[in-house]
Ligand binder design. Structure first.
Ligand code: SD4
Length: 320
């Protein structure tokens, strides 16, 4: 092929692609069937709340924030919000983030005494030019915006910490022991995707540690053109592979949400043999409403809500 012909063909292909993109953009405004997908079975409590927002024609972002707040306020969940297990010094420190259909995002890490870090993360996104606020600065920002200080250390979590201290001698475990972090991604009637994630993180962690859950691209990523993904499990690994961003890029390359989740777990398996026994879990939602889920080891569950019905599903996993 001569150079001129090559350029002509490339331009023609480019024009066809741009027409396809325009058609896709038009279909974004059609009414689509909403979907919510959430890590673990706490989605049975959170998804119906988010679903109501979507059924009323609300934004996926509002649905995710409303749903995540249910779990943050549940004292029986030992990995999120009030009742979350503390760090090794006995302080409950929380991490959360949100990301919307425009690619905006906000995050708080290592925040203490605030019941709804997900809502503070949303305010960081909406009221500041920043993405992350940390620790005492995040708390100060929350208080300035009407949040109240609350004791989040329940008797159950305190007793678990005292027992841990006695048994483990103040040495953090090598593998994250408690799992229930909530990551929620949703598709609304307008066909827009958003997500939110919230956790108290690794139980009895070294003071100051935060994991993947508040880190955009690790614990949560939303690419409104192709899909969204969120993670739970050993956060250090999700950070090392930028797991949820990787999944969204896989979907952008044409992989289904399921293939994308499997390939992200496979990436960890191939690159980090030391993490092959750890719980590393992803869920993903495509722009077309298809979903995917996959984990490294057995035991991961997720909750999906469609047409108002929520079901808990056992995820497939790599190391059998
Ligand atoms: C973290 N990924 O802080 C979180 C923990 C988690 O279910 O997901 N637990 O590393």
């Amino acid at each position: 092929m001569n150079r001129r012909k090559f350029i002509q063909q490339t331009l023609a292909a480019g024009a066809a692609l741009s027409v396809a993109n325009k058609l896709k953009a038009v279909s974004y405004t059609d009414t689509v069937n909403p979907v919510i997908i959430t890590t673990w079975n706490s989605g049975l409590k959170s998804n119906p709340v988010g679903w109501q927002v979507l059924a009323d024609g609300g934004r996926a972002l509002d649905a995710c924030e409303a749903g995540v707040k249910i779990v943050e306020a549940d004292p029986t969940d030992t990995s999120v919000g009030i009742g979350g297990f503390p760090d090794r010094d006995g302080h409950v420190t929380l991490d959360a983030c949100v990301m919307d259909e425009f690619g905006n995002c906000g995050s708080v890490v290592f925040i203490e005494d605030i019941l709804h870090p997900v809502s503070v993360a949303r305010l960081v996104m909406e009221k500041t030019p920043h993405v992350f606020l940390a620790g005492s600065g995040a708390q100060q920002f929350a208080l300035e915006n009407g949040f109240k200080k609350e004791n989040l250390l329940t008797d159950n979590a305190r007793n678990a910490w005292l027992k841990w201290k006695e048994e483990k001698n103040y040495i953090p475990s090598e593998h994250a022991p408690n799992h229930d972090t909530i990551g929620m991604i949703a598709l609304d009637k307008k066909g827009n995707l958003s997500g939110a994630c919230s956790t108290s993180g690794w139980a009895f962690k070294v003071r100051g540690r935060f994991g993947d859950s508040p880190v955009i691209g690790a614990g949560l990523f939303v690419d409104n053109e192709y899909g969204a993904a969120t993670a739970t499990g050993l956060g250090e690994v999700m950070i090392k592979i930028c797991g949820t961003h990787l999944i969204c890029e896989f979907m952008r390359m044409g992989q289904s949400p399921q293939q994308a989740c499997q390939n992200a777990v496979k990436r960890v398996y191939d690159k980090f043999p030391n993490y092959r026994k750890d719980q590393i879990c992803f869920i993903a939602l495509g722009k077309d409403g298809r979903h995917g889920a996959y984990s490294m080891t057995k035991g991961f569950q997720y909750t999906i809500t469609k047409e108002g019905e929520s079901v808990v599903i056992d995820s497939d996993y790599l190391v059998k």
